[in-house]
Ligand binder design. Sequence first.
Ligand code: ADP
Ligand code: MG
Ligand code: ZN
Length: 643
Amino acid sequence: MTDQKNSEKTKIIIKKTSDSGKKPDGGIVSYIISVLIIFIVLSSIYSYFSNNSKEADNVPISQLATDIKSGIVTSIVVRGDTLDLVYKDGVKKTSKKETNEALLQTLVNYSVTKEQVGAIKVDIKNESGLSYWFFNLSPIIFPILFILIFIWFLTRQVRGAGMQALTFGQSKARMIDPNDKSQKVTFKDVAGCKEAKEELGEIVDFLKNPRKFLDIGARIPKGILLMGPAGTGKTLLARAVAGESNVTFFSVSGSEFVEMFVGVGAARVRDMFAMAKKNSPAIIFVDEIDAVGRVRGVGAGGGNDEREQTLNQILVEMDGFEPNEKVIVMSATNRPDVLDPALLRPGRFDRRVTLDLPDRRDREEILQVHSKEKPFAEDVNLQVIAERTPGFSGADLYSLMNEGAILAARENRTTVAQYDLIRSIEKVMLGPERKSHILSKKEKEIAAYHEAGHAVLASLLPYADPVHKISIIARGHAAGYVLKLPLEDTKMQSKKEFLDDIAVSLGGYVTEKMLFDDLTTGPSSDLQVSTALARDMVTKYGMSDMLGPVALESQTGKIIFGRGVEEKEFSEKVAADIDAEVSRIMREAHDKAHKVITENRLLLDAVAKRLIEKEAIERAEFETILVAHGITPKQKLDIEHQV
Ligand code: ADP
Ligand code: MG
Ligand code: ZN
C-alpha cells in the first residue's frame, strides 16, 4: 500500500522536475520555430495578394478611354481606385482612376460619351473587405509586426534568464526513476568488485526492506564513500545499487554545487536533500565529492569559501536526518586523501568501500560484460586479453572493446577478431600509431638500439618484468616502446624491483651513449620516470639506508593529517641528503645497466638488428633470440601467449 502511494508520488514529481528541466533549451527551439512559421505564413499571404493584382495587365486610364470609345470593353468593376476590366475577347486587365473622382467624371474628362459608357456593365464594389485593408496596410504592418515579434522573442529569452536566476538555488541533481528500464543498471552490469558488491548488498537489503533493520534497532549507515582510481566503476556501482534496490536515484557531481555566487552550493544541497526526503526511499549520489569535500581552511584562490559552505551544508543535512528517513548518501572520489576529516567521521561517510584496479580474473569478467552485442570471430580469447592488460581499469577495458569493434568495422568485417583486440590494447595504452612519423635510417638505428637496451636489461635483471613486445613504430608520445608484463598481478613492490626497474628505464640512455657516443632527446621521459621513482623510494618508502625509515612527503605531497603543509617539513640538510641519495641510486642503476649491456653486446646487436628489419618483435620471437644467446627466458605464465 504505502509503496504504491510512494511510487505514485514519485511519478508526479518526476514529471514536474523533468518539465522544468527541459524548459530552457526546448523552449528556445519552439520560439524560433513559431517565429519562423508566423513569418512564412504572413509572407505567403502577402505574396498571394500582391501576385493577384499583378496577374492582369495594367492599362493607363487614357488607354481605357480609347478602348471604351472603340467599344471593345464589356465590363468594369470599380474597387476603390482600382478598375477591373473585361474586354470583348475575354482578356482581363486592370486600371486605376484618380482618387476621390467618380469614374464617369474621369471618363467624360477623356471625352467618352455617356452612351459609350452606358454600353458597358459597370459594377461598383465597396472595398471594406479584409483584403483591401490588408493590401493597403501591409507595407506598414509588416515591419511593425516583424519588430514586435523580434521584441517578443528577445523578452522571452531575457525572462528565461531571469527565471534561471530564480531557480539558481535549486539543485541540479538528475533523477533516475526506478521504473525507467532503459537507464537501469544492476549488479550484473558490474563485473568483478566482489567485496564492494557484498558490502553494498547490505545497503540494498536495507532499502528494499527497511523494517527488518529498524525493528531490531540497527543503525544503517547514512553515508557510503566509494574510493578508487579513475575508471574502476564507482559511478557505475552507485547506479547499480539504486537499480538493485529499486529506489529513486539523485545524482549530482560535486563541481555542480560550486557556482560563481557564494551560497548557491549550500542552497542546492538543501534543495536536493529536501527532494530526496520527499521521494524516500532514495539514494543521493554525489560524484567526485572531492570537488567540494576538500580539507577546509587550506589552499588559496576564489571559490574556497563557497566550497566550505557547501561542505558544511552537506554535513548539516547528513546530521539532520534520521535513519528512518530511508535516504542514503553515496559519494565517490579518487582522491580520498584530500577529503575533509569531518566527512569521514562516524555518522557521516563512515562506510568506506574501496574499488581496486581489476585483477586478471576481474578483467576477463569486465571484458565479458562489454562483449555483449559484439559478434566475435571464433579465435577470440578474452583470457589472453585479460592477461595482457595489467593495470587497465574497467573504463580502459571498455574502451579497448570499443576500439576493437571500430577497427573491425573500419576494415569492413562483420565480426571482431582477436587481432583487433590485441591491437587495441596498445592503442588504449599508448595512443594511436603514428604511421606518418617516418624515421630516417640513422634515427631508426638509434631507436632500435634504445629499445633493445631496455629489452635486454628487462630480460637479464632478475627482478624486472619480462618483455612482451618491442616496437619502434611511434605511438602517441612514444617513439618506440617495450611492453613488459609482470609474471603475476602484484599489489606490492619491493626495493629490489624498484632498483631493477630504474636500471631498465636507463637502458635506452646507456645504449645510446655507449654506441653512438651521443645522446638524443629520446631518453628524456625515461629519465623523468626513473628519477621520480628514485625520489619516491627515498622520501616515501623509506628505502634509503642513509635517511632511514622516515616518510618525508605525505601521499599527496601537500597535506598531512588533514592539515595543509605549504612549507617543507624537513631541514635544508635533509633536502640536500635526499638529492644526494637520489643521484646515488640513479648512478648505481646506470652503472649496473652499463655493465649488463657491455657483457651482452652480442645479444643487444642481434635484437637491434631484428628490430631494424621488422620494426616490431613479439614475445615468442624475442625469446628465440634469447635462447640462441644462451639465456633462459623468464618463467612463462601458465597460459600460452598466442596472437
Ligand atoms: P569511475 O566513476 O570509477 O571513474 P565509471 O563508473 O564512470 O568509473 O566507469 C566508466 C565505465 O567503465 C563504465 O561506464 C563501464 O562501462 C566501465 N566499467 C568500469 N568498471 C567496470 C566494471 N567493474 N564492470 C563493468 N564495466 C565497468
Ligand atoms: Mg565517476
Ligand atoms: Zn626509452
